[in-house]
Design a protein around this ligand. Structure first.
Ligand SMILES: Nc1ncnc2c1ncn2[C@@H]1O[C@H](COP(=O)(O)OP(=O)(O)OP(=O)(O)O)[C@@H](O)[C@H]1O
Ligand SMILES: [Mg+2]
Length: 216
């Protein structure tokens, strides 16, 4: 199988607390995988490892069959991976919605005019055009979550890592996100506590429990 993400015997401790041990996981090309588990078991920590934000783990992380040994190795794949953190309070780098969504694309070298047009299209697709000129920090938590997702999707990463993408969303926004995630062909890892949300995205569900990751 062509794998986008592979973890081999990954173990991780937070201080003196061993969170998980010898975790193995393969996410195939355009495969969607969900991870569930109780609060504090280490789901976000595991996703941060895959997002290249934690280095103090043991075991091996591969992206597209390339062993990632350090942040320098990871840099080669930075445009291939879109990561939505659980806490998005420090996610945004611009003041307004349109500026922030454009900014994501500008970092990949896209010219200003084209970035603006694409950002408008992205807002339309996510049905948040009405938020275009709003100050991000004056938006509600759910609105901010969708804007953050717009900033990730616009760069068309091959891998999406989504940590509780719908935890602040109402039913209709959640439905919109389900439709969007189902319509795009990418490898994804989605962490969520919402069973019905996950089940509408993928049959492949893992549970992190007792320091192990097992098929649910
Ligand atoms: N920066 C930190 N410093 C110290 N401990 C931390 C830190 N971040 C997380 N932890 C601890 O690591 C453990 C795992 O946290 P993590 O956020 O990975 O859990 P989680 O499974 O995502 O939980 P939740 O469902 O609540 O989001 C928790 O016990 C948490 O208290
Ligand atoms: Mg978490």
């Amino acid at each position: 199988m062509s794998c986008s993400i592979t973890l081999k015997n990954v173990s991780y401790s937070n201080g003196s607390n061993l969170l998980f041990e010898n975790i193995n996981l393969s996410v195939g090309h355009e495969e969607k995988v969900a991870i569930i588990g109780s609060n504090g078991v280490g789901k976000s920590s595991l996703l941060r490892i895959i997002a290249g934000l934690e280095e103090s783990y043991s075991g091996e992380l591969y992206l597209f069959h390339n062993l990632i040994k350090n942040k320098k190795d990871y840099r080669n794949f930075r445009f291939e991976v879109g990561y939505l953190p659980q806490d998005i309070s420090s996610f945004f780098l611009s003041a307004t919605v349109i500026e922030d969504v454009m900014f994501s694309l500008r970092t990949t070298g896209t010219k200003k005019e084209e970035a603006y047009q694409k950002a408008l299209e992205m807002l339309e697709e996510l049905e948040i055009s009405h938020l275009k000129d709003r100050i991000i920090y004056e938006l509600s938590g759910g609105e901010q979550k969708i804007v953050a997702l717009a900033g990730i999707l616009i760069t068309k990463p091959k891998i999406l890592l989504l940590d509780e993408p719908t935890n602040a969303l109402d039913e209709s926004s959640e439905k919109r996100i389900i439709n969007i995630l189902n319509s795009i062909k990418k490898s994804m890892i989605i962490i969520s506590h919402h069973k019905s949300f996950i089940e509408q995205l993928t049959p492949t569900i893992y549970k992190l429990e007792n320091k192990k990751l097992e098929k649910n």
